[in-house]
Design a protein around this ligand. Structure first.
Ligand code: CO
Length: 133
């Protein structure tokens, strides 16, 4: 697999609005986009640091996997996303090496990215996202 950089770090929060002052006023990084991803039942807020983003994830439904994550583990780091040139190729490569996939094929993520997740059971317990611009 060819990873070019950390595309973003996903952080599960109960309330994005409540977190904005910390990121914007304390860390001094501006939120440049807030977007609802219907597919994943989350509202997302993005901050850019170099070429890496922080992605806050707020569940919009109790059915959301992020809501279940918060219920189980509390708020905090939810996933790490690596940028790859081609998600389908990276998935095939991971599967050939015995990695359990959550997504068998790339799907649409926030900001028009093509994304897919690897199961934490196979990734030393870190939910791992692969994404392609
Ligand atoms: Co993500």
């Amino acid at each position: 697999m060819e990873i070019t950089h950390i595309e973003h770090i996903g952080i599960a929060v109960r309330n994005i609005e409540a977190c904005l002052p910390y990121y914007e006023q304390v860390l001094g990084i501006k939120c440049y986009n807030i977007e609802v991803v219907e597919d994943q039942k989350v509202k997302t807020a993005f901050f850019l640091i170099g070429q890496t983003k922080i992605e806050l994830l707020e569940p919009t439904s109790e059915e959301s996997t992020v809501a279940k994550f918060i219920e189980k583990k509390g708020e905090g780091v939810h996933h790490i996303a690596f940028a790859v040139p081609n998600v389908a190729d990276a998935l095939a490569d991971a599967e050939s090496k015995g990695i359990q996939l959550i997504d068998k094929a790339p799907r649409n993520g926030a900001e028009g990215l093509s994304i897919a997740f690897l199961h934490p059971k196979s990734t030393c317990s870190v939910l791992t996202e692969l994404c392609q611009h």
